[in-house]
Design a protein around this ligand. Structure first.
Ligand code: ZN
Length: 258
């Protein structure tokens, strides 16, 4: 039984067939999912999904690539949902992104700090997006680590190098792998994957994005986690069942679920 630790099931691409998507996930053995909001509207949609489906839990945050749309009160709304909604088990999606340029960099750093502080205060893990910004993410995480101690959280859809991964897991973070690790050119990422301590390893789809190689070009969905899981199991010399047990235990411990 797998835990898909990163989905965006509120996306309009799931509007017409979400119940079929969730049925296929069950059949595939992907029995639990975390859905992460990216802005005020999707945070509420995410919480609503988690309230109406026992297999879905919620994370709330303001994604770095959408901060230019943030309105007064949006951050307070994140804080209110994170504090008051029992189905919210993580903070995010947050992080830093130097690939897209819509959001001013200073806003990205400011909101990343807000999310780290909120996660610390509420003792919930934080979900971190990092694109072309590894040095900046490590710098800011390290500032928090040196002030407050180990961080609970996830480097989501990890695509960085082994040294960055090591620094992240040494500061307490989990490293989560998405479909990118199955791409033919991802030789370096597969080598990184082989070095991750098993108690820090997580799996995700990032649905509807990042479909694994076997379904590349399609809309991604939680059932497709098994394509990534098969490859990860073989790279780590584990059975699919062993990998499921390890990564689901990691996710449940992190999110405070039994
Ligand atoms: Zn995401």
């Amino acid at each position: 039984m797998f835990f898909d630790t990163h989905t965006h099931l509120f996306d309009e691409r799931f509007r017409d067939d979400l119940s079929a998507v969730l049925d296929r996930a069950q059949v595939a053995g992907v029995t639990r999912m975390l859905c992460l909001g990216i802005d005020r509207a999707s945070n509420h949609a995410t919480v609503a999904l988690a309230q109406s489906h026992s297999t879905i839990w919620a994370a709330v945050g303001l994604h770095p690539n959408y901060l230019h749309n943030v309105q007064p009160g949006d951050w307070d709304d994140v804080v209110r949902l994170a504090q008051n909604e029992p189905r919210v088990v993580a903070i995010g999606e947050t992080g830093l992104d130097r690939y897209w340029h819509d959001t001013p960099w200073s806003d990205q750093e400011t909101y990343f700090q807000y999310h780290l502080e909120l996660a610390r205060r509420l003792n919930k893990p934080v979900a971190i997006h990092c694109r072309d910004a590894a040095a900046d993410v490590v710098r800011i995480v390290r500032e928090h680590y040196e002030r407050y101690g180990p961080l609970r959280g996830i480097m989501h859809a990890y695509s960085g190098d082994a040294e960055t991964a090591r620094q992240c897991w040494e500061m307490g973070l989990h490293i989560s792998f998405a479909g990118m690790v199955t791409y033919p050119k991802a030789t370096g990422l597969r080598q990184v994957l082989q070095q991750i301590p098993l108690d820090k390893l997580l799996l995700e789809t990032d649905s509807p994005y990042l479909p694994p190689q076997a379904v590349r070009g399609q809309r991604n969905e939680p059932a497709f986690l098994v394509h990534t899981a098969r490859l990860v199991a073989s790279l780590r010399n584990l059975s699919l069942e062993q990998l499921a047990e390890i990564t689901t235990r990691n996710a449940c411990n992190l999110f405070g679920l039994s």
